[in-house]
Design a protein around this ligand. Structure first.
Ligand SMILES: CNc1nc2cc3c(=O)[nH]c(N)nc3c(CCN)c2[nH]1
Length: 372
């Protein structure tokens, strides 16, 4: 019997509050998943990632199959043991990273062959091999192999990639072989075309998955296009299964995604922005590279529950960023991840209290009023 299950506990409009129970712990939704691409959330100890409030983090098949190799991770006890994170892990299938990172890619019905962006060695990724790699990593939530195309795109190109992804979804489901200790998600494609998106959602449901990712977004389209696709497609997905919006996003993208029925998010933005000197606060984002901070003794936010927002002056953070000191990346990565977790925790509480509309309005007002 399935050891990874989703329970919906409250809704408010299209917004949902739920929980995924796994053998390695629970995932409270709406959930933001920090990205640990190559087996580490950059500049963070795993204990610190947990302390920000994260229930689950993300690993990447593409990076880990190149280095250190899936069979090697398995021989070392699996990804959780390898990286000292004993809570849930979600892994992506590698398709998106191959198309965005690898060299000399060749995509066929069978799968994709490519050369490593690291040393040029040759690899093949098929739906079957991706399932095998994610199983070797012992991931708790795994993804089908899919083809994600950039937007804007011709309709026939969006249709071709969407139909290929459905055929790969079927092969992924077969290769998954009904494993009970992890979830397999299908990935909805179809670009910005409502009819293609509907066909993708219906096609995946006829195969049957433990959860449904919404792929093919945050690939260059305007936010309103992403929001329209979400508003159209989430009502067509099963209410009793998790919905994961891949690669999203900035805080306002996440708030809008929650309002449109999304349960799970992942994005490199908070950690990458932290390494580039940008700090997320309840007032919005502050660029600490800016010279205006160099004499500012104030902390980022006196009222924040996060000590890192209270104990450092903006002048000191500016100094760390300008000198590219490692502590700057560490402190700002923690500040940004903690902010993302605070945002999703407050959204969960707002949905439980039936006050999602007020919460969204208050949050946007604070961003707009920003004392940056
Ligand atoms: C940053 N924007 C973004 N869009 C994505 C779409 C897919 C997508 O359509 N498919 C897969 N497999 N991954 C995606 C990812 C990677 C998520 N960690 C995306 N990231």
């Amino acid at each position: 019997m399935k050891q990874v299950t989703f329970t919906l506990s409250a809704t408010d409009g299209m917004a949902r509050r739920g929980r995924i129970d796994t053998p390695r712990g629970e995932i409270n939704t709406p959930a933001f998943m920090p990205v640990g691409t190559a087996g580490t959330v950059k500049a963070m100890y795993p204990e610190q990632v947990r302390d920000t409030g994260a229930d689950i983090l993300l690993g990447n098949t593409y990076h880990l199959m190149l280095r250190p190799g899936a069979e090697r991770v398995a021989s070392l006890g699996g990804l959780h043991t390898f990286m000292n994170w004993e809570r849930p892990i979600l892994t992506d299938s590698g398709g998106f990273q191959v198309m965005s990172l690898a060299k000399l890619r060749k995509l066929t019905e069978r799968g994709v062959t490519f050369k490593s962006h690291i040393d040029g060695s040759a690899y093949e990724l098929t739906p079957e091999r991706s399932i095998e790699i994610q199983t070797l990593l012992d991931s708790d939530i795994i993804m089908q192999l899919d083809e994600c195309i950039a937007l804007p795109a011709e309709r026939k190109e969006m249709e071709r990639a969407m139909e290929l992804s459905i055929r790969w979804a079927d092969r992924s489901k077969t290769a998954f072989n009904n494993q009970q200790n992890r979830m397999l998600f299908g990935i909805v494609q179809g670009g910005d075309d409502a009819e293609l998106r509907s066909r993708s959602a219906a096609g995946l449901q006829s195969i049957g998955f433990d959860g449904y990712s919404i792929g093919g977004l945050a690939v260059g389209e305007p936010q309103e296009v992403m929001f329209r696709v979400l508003s159209d497609i989430t009502p067509e997905l099963p209410a009793d299964k998790p919905r994961y919006l891949m690669g999203v996003g900035k805080p306002d993208d996440i708030l809008g995604g929650i309002e449109r029925g999304v349960d799970m998010f992942d994005c490199v933005h908070p950690t990458r922005a932290g390494r580039h000197g940008h700090a997320y606060t309840r007032f919005g984002v502050i660029n600490l590279k800016n010279a205006r901070h160099r004499d500012d003794h104030r902390p980022l936010d006196e009222a924040s529950p996060n000590p890192n927002c209270r104990r450092w002056s903006r002048a000191y953070l500016h100094h760390l960023v300008k000198t590219e000191e490692i502590l700057g990346a560490m402190v700002l990565s923690q500040i940004n991840l903690a902010y993302y977790q605070e945002l999703t925790a407050r959204a969960r509480a707002a949905i439980e209290a039936g006050r999602m509309t007020d919460f969204a309005a208050e949050t946007r007002a604070a961003w707009a009023a920003g004392d940056l």
